[in-house]
Structure formats: structure tokens, C-alpha cells
Design a protein. Structure first.
Length: 476
């Protein structure tokens, strides 16, 4: 109803907390990112806390921007964690071939897989290349796939099939110990098939699918890939589906959404293999970075991503920093943000959402305590919120200002930056597109919104930046 081609269409944001964390299971004793003052309103118990919105439509260009602002999607739901109050610090991590160091484990996984897929008629003499100092060519994996008549992969649209679901259920039950009764076709479809991308991006073109499905065969004389959109890469061994890699092809790189593998093939370490293959594919097809989702230092099932090298996003600076350099700051699941100088007191930093993140090039000084460990930061934000509420008439008839986001939320535009924005507008009304369900009307100016939707609009500007919000449609 509201959608037009290429428009970012979202629900009003919601902040939510619950004790059922998928990473730490709510069992952490030290569950906060810092020693927070009273003004931070930190929880007294271990809670998973995030802000999210339902996305009716977005483009791959939108999502590329968003994952570089520490968002991730689960189906049609877009979310980012609260780095201060949540139990697990989740950082966007990305890498490429230049940042990945080939380890002994990588060599063993690749060589084991090469042996597993070779034809019986092929030579049984496969060098393990495991001795230190011996050469190891990662492209030998491509050659092994070219020569194998037993192994193949197929890239296809991210659509449901019974075969895919059965493998997903087997994986969830045997690897993640899920209750078989809770693993439903609808949950698989919602989580790993549905997405809010445009129809063109969902379907792709015959040329895109041909380029993807023939690049290994034609290597090194393959075509570059120009696919944008959600994709399933299905792994077949002896014509049996043994794994599914759920991927989003984006303008700046390839985003790994989820990987499913048959527990009967656990000896092949298919999860590690898929990471190696996909990083290699990014290089060969000129795709850019390989986004591995979130990195969580104190969670073993998320910390493994560090073995592919790479860099993590400093959400307060909009900058990527090498994981090796900032890892000491992450010890024990701590929150970090970098500063150019060592100062005992630094105010919340303004963010520029008009550009993609940069690479951090200054000194590596952790300023998290100097900014977010001080009561003054929260007092200043509260005063700014009161000023903003008065200026923009954000209070409802009962005098409540119902913004979902906490006053201080690392990775979002700070409230003083929002106040400056509206002060600079002067008497100019901010043009918006907000659908009000209660009044069944589309509002096109900020001043005409009811207080609850003004608060939601301010939340959106803090989350996405003013430019993206003004080019979106929000409903609530």
C-alpha cells in the first residue's frame, strides 16, 4: 500500500529486552559492557537488549549502508544491539583475502575437503601441504572443484523448498539441540527465505545466475559477478544436499546470513570451508568485503569469526579497526570506542551518516569509560532531551515523552546532534512521510505529526540519519 520502487519502508522503532539471549543464554555474571553510572538506567539482571524495526521494503543499497552502521536483518526484521545495557556486545566484522592469514587449520580443512570430493579415478596422492614452509595455494580448492564430478554448488534465489527445510531441521536439532517440534517450515521460511528486498533484487536475472553458477567452471577466465540480492548457495555431494549458505550480495561486499550443514558431514568442517570459499569468491569476482555478521568476543560460537582475520566496526566513530589491534579492549565482553587522544572526559561524538565508514588511522586509545562511564554524559543527554521535547512538542497529553531509544545509545546520533539539526532548520518544517494508522492518514510534515509519531521520527533520525529518514516511509 505504501511502497514505491526502491523506497525504505519501516515500522516505528521498538526497544526490547528479554532474558533469553541466543548467545550467552542469560547466564553471564558480568553482563554489562562498562561500569555504568545510575543515569544509564542499566538493568540489574542479564538481559539481551536491542532496538529493531520491521522492514516492508528496502534495497540492497539501503542494507549495505545499514550493516555498516551495525545493523543486521533476520528475515524482514532489522535490529542492532544496545552496547551499554545488553548482555552481549555485537560488532559488525568484515574481512577480505588481504586480511586473512592462512593457518594450519585452514590448510587442513581445504585438503581434507579436496580428498573427500575427488573422483575415484583421480590420483590418491593429495599433498597435505601441512608442513611449515611448504607452499600452499588456496586456488587449489577451485581446481579441485573443477576436476570433481561428485561435488557441485548451485546459486539460486532464496526460496523455500522441502529439501532445504529438512536439512535445516536436521541441523537445528542435532547441532543446536532445538526441540524438533519448534523447528517449523514457517520459521525456516521467515528466517532464511523471506527478505524485504525489491522484486528485481529477489529474482535476479538469468545473466546473473549464469555468471555465478559458471564462475568456478570457467576460472580463471570467468566473468565478474554483478548480482545484488538474497541468495542460497546449495552444496551437493554425490547429488545429495549437504549444506546451504544463505547470502546477501551487496554493493560493497558479500554478507553471510547463515550456514546450514549436514551433521553427518561434520568431519569436513563445512562451516570453516564455506568461509574460505566465500572470501576467495569475493576476491575472484571482485565483490569487495566479506561480512561475517556479528563478532562477540566472549561468545565461542561467534568468536570463531576472528580466525578469518578482518576488522570490526567502532560504532561511535563510524570506522573499522583491525581486530588484532583492538582485541585487548574487548576482553571479557567489554564495550570499546576509540579516541585520537587519551582524555579523562570526552563528550558523545557526533556521527556522519552521509558517508560509508572509514578505516581508523589514528592512535588506538579506548575512550569508552571516558565517555560512557561518566554520569555527566547521561545528565547532559537528559537535559538535551527536555529541551528537544519542549521545542518539538514531543510530550503526549499526560506529559510523557515516549521515545523508544535510551537517551544515550552508542552508534546512534546523539541527542545534542538532533537538537542542532532542528535548531538549524529554524522555521522550516521537516518534510516527512509517516503513515498514521490511528488516523488512517499519510502525514507529510513533522509539525503535523501527533506526539507519539514525532518521538518515533526522532528515533528514526537517530538510527538512520536524517537523509535516509527523509527518503523513507515510516508507519505506526
Amino acid at each position: 500500500m505504501l511502497s514505491s520502487s526502491g523506497t525504505f519502508v519501516i515500522s516505528s522503532p521498538m526497544y526490547y529486552s528479554h532474558s533469553d539471549c541466543g548467545y550467552c543464554e542469560g547466564k553471564k555474571e558480568k553482563f554489562l559492557g562498562l561500569n555504568l553510572p545510575a543515569g544509564a538506567n542499566a538493568p540489574k539482571q542479564c538481559l539481551s537488549s536491542s532496538v529493531g524495526t520491521h522492514v516492508e521494503q528496502m534495497t540492497c543499497q539501503h542494507y549495505d549502508f545499514l550493516i555498516n552502521r551495525n545493523f543486521r536483518r533476520s528475515g524482514n526484521f532489522l535490529y542492532k544491539g544496545d552496547m551499554l545495557r545488553g548482555c552481549c556486545r555485537m560488532y559488525t566484522i568484515r574481512t577480505d583475502m588481504g586480511q586473512m592469514k592462512i593457518t594450519k587449520e585452514h590448510r587442513q580443512v581445504v585438503n581434507r575437503f579436496k580428498r573427500a570430493i575427488r573422483d575415484d579415478k583421480q590420483s590418491t596422492q593429495v599433498s597435505t601441504n601441512s608442513k611449515k614452509g611448504e607452499s600452499f595455494e588456496l586456488v587449489s580448492l577451485i581446481r579441485a572443484e573443477q576436476q570433481s564430478s561428485r561435488f557441485r554448488t548451485r546459486y539460486e534465489p532464496a526460496v523455500f523448498s522441502k529439501e532445504k527445510f529438512e536439512l535445516y531441521k536436521k541441523y537445528q536439532v542435532r547441532v543446536h539441540n532445538d526441540n524438533p517440534k519448534t523447528v517449523s517450515e514457517s520459521s525456516f521460511n521467515r528466517f532464511l527465505c523471506q527478505s524485504p528486498f525489491t522484486e528485481t533484487e529477489l529474482e535476479g536475472t538469468p545473466e546473473q545466475w549464469l555468471a555465478l553458477n559458471s564462475w568456478t567452471k570457467n576460472w580463471p577466465h570467468h566473468e565478474k559477478c554483478h548480482r545484488l540480492g538474497p541468495t542460497h548457495e546449495c552444496y551437493y555431494l554425490d547429488e545429495k544436499l549437504i549444506a546451504i549458505s544463505v547470502l546477501d550480495f551487496l554493493p560493497s561486499g558479500l554478507s553471510s546470513v547463515y550456514f546450514i550443514w549436514d551433521p553427518d558431514y561434520a568431519h569436513l568442517s563445512l562451516g570453516t570451508l564455506s568461509g574460505i570459499r566465500e572470501i576467495q569468491m569475493c576476491k575472484e569476482l571482485g565483490l569487495g568485503y566479506y561480512y561475517l555478521g556479528y563478532y562477540i568476543e566472549d561468545c565461542a560460537k561467534m568468536r570463531y569469526k576472528g580466525k578469518f582475520g578482518g576488522e570490526v566496526l567502532d560504532v561511535c566513530n563510524g570506522a573499522y579497526a583491525p581486530l588484532e589491534r583492538i582485541k585487548p579492549f574487548l576482553h571479557d565482553g567489554k564495550f570499546f570506542t576509540l579516541s585520537e587522544s587519551d582524555s579523562s572526559e570526552i563528550s558523545e561524538k557526533e556521527l556522519d551518516f552521509s558517508e560509508m565508514p572509514i578505516k581508523w588511522s589514528s592512535d588506538y586509545v579506548d575512550a569508552s569509560e571516558a565517555i560512557y562511564g561518566l554520569e555527566k554524559t547521561y545528565d547532559d543527554a537528559k537535559k538535551t532531551k527536555d529541551t528537544l521535547a519542549q521545542k518539538l512538542h514531543l510530550a503526549d497529553p499526560k506529559g510523557n515523552v515516549n521515545m523508544e531509544l535510551p537517551d544515550v545509545f552508542p552508534g546512534c546520533l546523539p541527542l545534542h546532534q538532533i537538537l542542532t539539526l532542528f535548531e538549524n532548520l529554524g522555521d522550516i518544517d521537516l518534510p516527512v512521510r509517516v503513515y498514521d494508522y490511528e488516523r488512517n492518514a499519510l502525514c507529510r510534515s513533522f509539525s503535523h505529526l501527533p506526539a507519539r509519531l514525532k518521538c518515533a521520527a526522532v528515533d528514526c533520525i537517530r538510527l538512520f540519519g536524517v537523509e535516509m529518514f527523509l527518503n523513507s516511509i515510516m508507519y505506526g
